[in-house]
Design a protein around this ligand. Structure first.
Ligand SMILES: [Zn+2]
Length: 369
């Protein structure tokens, strides 16, 4: 028993001694680190900032002793950093872009083209900095703040999973141009933070384009293939206003190749020329969110498109005469108020409807403010 107790006691004593030695070593080690920090404050140190946990200690008070640092040779040199964490490339934290682009407050009488000219940028670039401007709404009111990009291009909001390369490919521009744009703040390996905005030099925002059917069941179509020549009913080639209102709330420009006319809901809408109805239905969910929509194909390459209707009075395939009532105006789809959205297309290209409509108009762009 005694012998066994002695062995156990001896073992405990050994452990206690080892523990004491370890504690003493730890104190010495702490002292060395504190000394290293003192030297570091003095401006001369071989200790890497990421090396020692002592760098998180509060800064030492500068005293008389600090003014007389010991010789470097008298201090232990910490050269083994094998236990320090190495920078992990997978934890690279991207810096968000630091864009501070010029902004402009819209004034009464401004138009998108006028603002673009004023700042020497293209209408496409004006849209590139303000993608909301192409939406079917009436937001270009005085007092609205818009972003003026410093050069041609587009502001892109980063989505999860996107890379510089994928964005460059989407806009068909070289990735180098995005990287080289200083305020994009891109550093190798060019990781992107979702929901930040990236300037894409040279890019243009593509405008949504929806094509109306080129054939319809019923009269007015010979059903033989596609294209404007499908329709045997020919328009006159000249157009009348589809409504009595000439109150223009949004003119045609690059971002909105159409004409918006404010009018109370329920106002009759007439066909601008003779033709065949090719679409008469709900058309929301598209980029423009047309709401209730009627499209008339005039058989001569022209189509007219009437959107945000409140009621539809025609059906696909129906032949309509110039001036015949086809619908009632409304506020359906993505619309900021009762109005008619009119598009005039020639061979599937949208033109300014005012090129085809004559007579005086009323500028209602700023009446809402
Ligand atoms: Zn419109």
């Amino acid at each position: 028993m005694i012998s066994s107790f002695g062995q156990r006691f001896g073992a405990h004593l050994m452990l206690a001694v080892v523990a004491l030695v370890l504690i003493l070593i730890g104190r010495v080690s702490l002292t060395e680190e504190a000394a290293a920090v003192d030297i570091g404050v003095g401006g001369e140190t071989a200790v890497s900032p990421i090396l020692s946990p002592a760098t998180t200690l509060p800064p030492p008070v500068v005293s008389g002793s600090a003014a007389q640092p010991q010789p470097i040779s008298a201090l232990p040199v910490v050269s083994d950093n094998s236990l320090s964490p190495l920078p992990n490339p997978h934890t690279f934290q991207a810096q968000p872009p630091s864009h501070q682009f010029e902004t402009y407050i819209v004034e009464r009488g401004d138009t998108p083209n006028k603002i673009a000219d004023q700042f020497g940028i293209s209408a496409a670039t004006l849209l590139g900095g303000n993608p909301w401007m192409s939406q079917e709404s009436n937001q270009l009111q005085s007092g609205t703040e818009i972003t003026i990009l410093p050069s041609d291009g587009a502001l892109h909001t980063v989505k999860p999973g996107e890379t510089v390369e994928s964005i460059a490919a989407d806009y068909e521009v070289p990735a180098e141009a995005i990287i080289a744009f200083a305020s994009n703040n891109l550093e190798f390996p060019y990781r992107l933070q979702p929901d930040t905005q990236l300037m894409v030099p040279g890019a243009e925002i593509g405008l949504f384009y929806w094509t109306a059917p080129k054939t319809v069941a019923g009269s007015g179509s010979n059903g033989g293939g596609s294209g404007p020549s499908t329709f045997t009913v020919q328009g006159t080639g000249s157009f009348i206003w589809p409504m009595t209102s000439r109150c223009i709330t949004q003119y045609a420009w690059y971002g909105h190749p159409a004409l918006d006319m404010a009018v109370p809901e329920g106002t009759p809408v007439v066909a601008a020329d003779r033709g065949t109805v090719t679409y008469a239905s709900w058309a929301a969910g598209t980029y423009f969110d047309y709401g209730y929509l009627v499209v008339v194909n005039h058989g001569n390459g022209f189509e007219t498109l009437y959107a945000h209707l409140g009621r539809i009075d025609v059906f696909p395939g129906q032949v309509v005469e110039k001036g015949a009532v086809i619908a009632a105006s409304g506020n359906s789809g993505r619309s900021s108020g009762p109005h008619l959205h009119l598009e005039v297309r020639l061979n599937d290209i949208r033109y300014d409807p005012l090129l085809y409509l004559s007579g005086p108009t009323q500028d209602c762009t700023y009446t809402a403010n």
